[in-house]
Design a binder for this molecule. Sequence first.
Ligand code: PLP
Length: 430
Amino acid sequence: MEWKESISLYEEAKSHILGGVNSPSRSFKAVGDITPIFMEKGQGSRFWDVDGNEYIDYLAAYGPIITGHAHPHITKAIEGAARDGVLYGTPTKYENQFAKMLQDAIPSLEKVRFVNSGTEAVMTTIRVARAYTNRNKVIKFAGCYHGHSDLVLVAAGSGPSTLGNPDSAGVTQNIASEVITVPFNDPQSLAQALDTWGDDIAAVLVEPIVGNFGIVEPSPGFLEKVNELSHANGSLVIYDEVITAFRFMYGGAQNLVGVEPDMTALGKIIGGGLPIGAYGGKQAIMEQVAPLGPAYQAGTMAGNPASIRAGIACLEILQQEGTYDHLDHLGKMLEDGINDLANEYDIPVHTNRLRGALTVYFNVDKVENYHDAENSDGDMFAQFFRSMLEQGIHLAPSKYEAWFLTTEHTEKDIEETLKAVKQTFSKMKS
Ligand code: PLP
């Protein structure tokens, strides 16, 4: 495969755009610092780069593209929005319609607000939780990414009883000292953190099913325990469902696990590929938000008709009968195929999958928390990634990311992918 044009565009990009990419995860640093591929167009489960190479896409733009590229129903919605004018700075009927759709799908959203990204959604839930509880600190779980606002760019201290450290230059120690990080699936550490920091804790922020060190499900009873311990302490529970909502079923992961948080942050899929975020929760908590309450949150682009109309169209597609069975069927076919080939070629692979999302880890027996994911073999993943790319299979360029299937993937796509996996494992073995 030739990547001449991508290489030349990347060189040009580097002289204008810091690092040549507008989000660090798009660089291929974690897989050997090779040139990221510049895409030109996408259709369904596939996209084509500027050199004319075709790929089966499992990146799905890090999650939002669950109905595949250029889905005609979403394209029509965006065209409609473009024709009618994309921004008025006034409310529109589409916001009502979409808010209602989200509430019907995720009943804990007694009230919602639209913002422009997952980062904004999570950031605002924390502000509102602090306003509601009159407390300052937040507990989060190691390895879970919640966007790039200061409070969530905080790394763990040396245990549940210690405060966090900045995980990015520019985040102050003061901010980091508002955050405690504990391991996922470890109720004892959460209990210890809540005991230590007691009525300083405004909220416990959790991805109900982790999507950011691969797909990791909560152990049985873990989320129930998160609610029980947090509520006993007077703290709110916030679910970051930016990845998980509408990923595994029509609704949130909270519907799937049967546990309701006090607040929820949304993003990605709900914009049908256009920029969006949303947050919501219990009426009494949401009433903290301006114009009703003292917690400020605003946005020139918030609830813009293009994103909202694309989001409505996306959910309409996902509502169709059989959508999630299709994703599950293809996910299983992919997982089984990878595991069989790993056995055949004696490659130490461990897969975590839930319906249409999976992660392939190398050289670990299980992944239940971030520590396990960290221990997986990055060099083997990089070798796997590069060989798959050369065969026209585009994965996310990090051992921590998931493969996302879309409604447009087919059995033929999976068969082609497994051929590439076979070829790759046979190379890795030799
Ligand atoms: N929360 C989770 C779970 C995410 O995975 C992400 C992004 O990957 C975010 C929040 C931030 O969303 P955005 O990139 O739209 O700001």
